[in-house]
Design a protein around this ligand. Structure first.
Ligand code: GLC
Length: 491
């Protein structure tokens, strides 16, 4: 019989992390930030039971419309903004075991459409950031660590440093700032300070950059730790080409910069259980992927040709995603044995280019100029190759999602793409080109399509390697925990 320990268990004192984000999957999604905010907190808690990670975000109209009465009201107060006092309600909802808090102010957040791109974004997120620090008593959760994300929540860490740490309840809170994309910095004129931001003149230099207010710069300077979403990107942003003007600041603060690759939610993206994929499959039943492909071809009006190699792009149609390379070489790509699918919205020029290509190659090209999660899964699963020729890619999640569905990534070696995909020539899990050059991209597409068409066995082996990649949060959650622990042990 086993020895039974009789001592009563000591209650575990949990380490508390408040994860602050402008978007979070399940509530509001526009991009990768939501994917991470929607899966990392659970990833950390699944990995280490001594962590209690909670999420806080604005209460957008869409969340009220979706969850309505299910949101639990927990309290309210008024927040001082430079020109007035603003109501701040706090609501709560538990999703997949993760507690989410929502900051309610209908003047700022009860709007249709995207959470960004409003004339007063700076003010909306300044209010939100102040509210996060103000409601800790209402939510009764004084965290050990606040992990803010991107420029929208940069002011949380700035306010914490310049004002709140003086208060004994806040003194020991450590701050982490995660950069998901350094391109978006939250840049405003100086008037932003007295109209909106409201930090004293004596602190202004912390947030000033190139004659403007730059919120990301302020957060980099004020936070205890700065992370970004891949090791390669952490290095790249020390360079003028990638840093969008901030390399001085990055280099000065390199001592507190870490690059941790994102994971993906492998339960949400799972070809074996996904109910939008017909039929379901996994590595053992990979033959069924052919049927998913055929269904996709039928649905999108492509020729039902099993031998054509389907190359897909699911992306914001923006320049830094490398869309120009695709457009430059499109007719060359179509000389290969391929079909081409694009799903995404973005700059009108690109949208129209792809519409034109669909018209020029009936039955071989499909341009879905929309954003649709279900369709994206059908495309991830039904395609053979997934193309990501990004100019810059802090992490990139799509190459990992595609891999999960056994679809082979073709990527440029930048940021997280470099850290996750190794070239076929090196016995890797995809096709990788180095320089931002459309002919180099074309070479890799040709190589992939050639292998797919003429070397079925090798292709199968490649798909096998691709599907066996572990892109779950397992490894990365451990890295976050390691960094958090170091912070907590620091005086
Ligand atoms: C941003 C980046 C993307 C990254 C995502 C999540 O959207 O552009 O590369 O994967 O954030 O961190």
């Amino acid at each position: 019989m086993e020895n039974v320990k009789t001592a009563t268990k000591k209650p575990v004192v949990k380490k508390k992390v408040l994860y602050v984000a402008a978007e979070c999957k399940g509530f509001m999604t526009t991009g990768g930030l939501a994917e991470v905010a929607g899966s990392l907190p659970k990833g950390i808690m699944d990995t280490d039971k001594t962590y209690d990670v909670r999420v806080i975000m604005p209460l957008y109209k869409k969340i009220i419309d979706t969850y309505g009465e299910k949101l639990e009201y927990i309290g309210q107060k008024y927040i001082n903004m430079p020109r007035d006092k603003q109501y701040c309600g706090v609501f709560k909802y538990v999703k997949d075991g993760v507690i989410h808090y929502f900051i309610d102010n209908r003047y700022y957040f009860y709007r249709d459409g995207s959470p960004y791109g409003h004339y007063d974004d700076g003010e909306r997120f300044a209010f939100f950031s102040k509210a996060v620090l103000e409601v800790l008593d209402i939510i009764d959760f004084y965290p050990d660590i606040i992990n803010a994300n991107d420029w929208h929540t940069a002011l949380v860490n700035i306010y914490l440093d310049v004002y709140y740490k003086k208060n004994q309840y806040y003194t020991n809170i450590k701050s982490v700032f995660t950069i998901h994309n350094i391109e978006y910095q939250g840049v405003y004129g100086k008037d932003f300070n007295y109209n909106v931001m409201d930090i004293g003149m004596e602190n202004l230099s912390l947030v000033e950059y190139n004659g403007n207010i730059n919120l990301i710069k302020g957060a980099i300077v004020c936070s205890d730790l700065v992370t970004t979403v891949s090791p390669t990107y952490a290095n790249e942003i020390k360079d003028p080409f990638y840093s969008c003007g901030l390399y001085h600041i990055i280099n000065q603060n390199a001592f507190k910069l870490r690059g941790i690759i994102n994971g993906i939610d492998i339960n949400f993206y799972n070809p074996k259980t996904d109910n939008v994929i017909k039929p379901n499959y996994d590595l053992k039943t990979i033959e069924l992927k052919k049927e998913v492909k055929q269904n996709l071809q039928r649905k999108l009006g492509l020729q039902e040709n099993p031998n054509a190699c389907i190359v897909s792009v699911i992306s914001r149609l923006a320049s830094h995603k490398g869309i120009d390379l695709i457009i430059d070489r499109f007719h060359d790509i179509m000389r290969e044995n391929v079909q081409f699918i694009v799903l995404g919205t973005g700059e009108q020029y690109y949208e129209n280019k792809f519409r034109g290509f669909e018209w020029a190659y009936p039955g071989r090209v499909k341009a879905c100029i929309t954003f649709n999660t279900d369709l994206s899964k059908e495309i991830y699963a039904g395609s053979d190759c997934f193309l990501m020729p990004s100019k810059m890619e802090p992490c990139g999640l799509s190459q990992m999602i595609a891999s999960r569905y056994g679809t082979v990534p073709i990527v440029r070696a930048t940021g997280g793409l470099r850290d996750t995909i190794i070239d076929y020539g090196d016995n890797g899990n995809g096709f990788v080109f180095q320089e931002y050059n459309s002919f180099h991209m074309l070479d890799k597409i040709k190589q992939a399509a050639g292998l797919y068409t003429d070397y079925k066995d090798q292709w199968k082996e490649l798909v096998d390697r691709v599907m066996k990649m572990d892109f779950s949060w397992n490894a990365s959650a451990k890295l976050y925990i390691k960094e958090y622990e170091q912070l907590l042990n620091k005086e």
